[in-house]
Design a binder for this molecule. Structure first.
Ligand code: 13P
Length: 254
C-alpha cells in the first residue's frame, strides 16, 4: 500500500434503512476485523443507525460519522440532532456542507461556518468540509471562485487546533450520483487549488483532501494515485460490500 496515508470515507446518505445499515456494518466488520490496515476508514450512516453501527464498527477500528448536524447542543429544535449527540454515541467525524445539504436543503456558507464553529468549540469530532461547484458554475468558468468563496466562508479567521486533522472533500456537484466522474487529473488540479487557498487561510496546516463524485471500484485507483488526493468520499458504491471492499483493495497497487 501507498506511502501516503489513505482515507476511505463512505457516505451512505439515505440509501439504507436501519436493518440494511446494520447488516452492511456487520458484514464489513466481519470482512476486515483481522486484517492489518494502515488507512483510515469512516462510515457515515443515517442518524438512526449511528449508535448500533458505531458499536459494531468502532470495535474493529472503523470510525463513524454523522452526515449532518445542528449547531446548538440541546434545545427546542424539533427534528434536529446536534453534533455533540453524535459524539456521545461513538462518532468521530461529521460531514459539513455536503452539496445535497447546500443545494436540496438550501444550506448557506454562513450555516456551514457556524456548524464548523460548534464542532470545533463544543465537540471532539473532526469536521469534513464538502466543497464543489455546480455544472453551470463550471461551464461559466467559476470553479475557482466558488471553491474560494466556500473555503473562505468556512475557514477565514477560524482558530484551528492543530491536533485535529483538517479534512476537505472536493465533490463537484455535477459528478455526484451521476456516473459522470471528474477526470482524475482535473480533480488533482482542483485539489492543488484547494490546498493553496487553505494554506492562505490557516497557517501551518496540511489539509487532507478527498475526492468524491461517482467514485467506484473501476476508477478509484486513478484518483488515489494523484499527488494531492488523499482518499475518497464514496456514496452509491460504498453501500454494497463488494464494491466498497474492492475500492480498498485497489489501493494495494499504489
Ligand atoms: P456518489 O459516489 O454516489 O456519486 O456520491 C458522492 C457523494 O456525494 C459522497 O458524499
Amino acid at each position: 500500500m501507498s506511502q501516503k496515508k489513505l482515507y476511505f470515507f463512505a457516505n451512505w446518505k439515505m440509501y439504507l434503512d436501519y436493518d440494511e445499515s446494520n447488516i452492511l456494518a456487520n458484514g464489513l466488520a466481519e470482512e476486515i476485523k483481522n486484517k492489518e490496515r494502515n488507512y483510515e476508514m469512516t462510515i457515515f450512516p443515517n442518524a438512526l443507525s449511528l449508535q448500533t453501527t458505531s458499536q459494531t464498527l468502532n470495535d474493529v477500528g472503523v470510525n463513524t460519522g454523522i452526515q449532518n448536524g445542528y449547531w446548538i447542543d440541546k434545545g427546542g429544535y424539533t427534528g434536529e440532532t446536534s453534533f455533540i449527540m453524535a459524539e456521545n454515541v461513538g462518532c468521530k467525524y461529521a460531514l459539513v456542507g455536503h452539496s445535497e445539504r447546500r443545494h436540496q436543503f438550501k444550506e448557506t456558507n454562513h450555516e456551514v461556518r457556524i456548524k464548523l464553529e460548534n464542532i470545533l468549540n463544543n465537540t471532539r469530532l473532526t469536521p469534513v468540509l464538502c466543497v464543489g461547484e455546480t455544472q453551470q458554475e463550471r461551464a461559466e468558468d467559476k470553479t475557482l471562485e466558488v471553491l474560494e468563496a466556500q473555503l473562505r466562508a468556512a475557514y477565514d479567521s477560524l482558530t484551528w487546533n492543530k491536533e485535529r486533522d483538517l479534512i476537505i472533500a472536493y465533490e463537484p456537484v455535477w459528478a455526484i450520483g451521476t456516473g459522470n466522474a471528474c477526470e482524475p487529473l482535473d480533480a488533482q488540479i482542483q485539489h492543488e487549488r484547494i490546498k493553496k487557498i487553505v494554506n492562505q487561510l490557516i497557517s501551518d496546516i496540511k489539509p487532507i483532501i478527498l475526492y468524491g463524485g461517482s467514485v467506484n471500484a473501476e476508477n478509484s485507483f486513478d484518483y488515489l494515485k494523484q499527488e494531492d488526493i488523499s482518499g475518497v468520499l464514496v456514496g452509491g458504491a460504498s453501500t454494497k460490500l463488494e464494491s466498497w471492499l474492492q475500492i480498498i483493495k485497489n489501493a494495494e497497487k499504489l
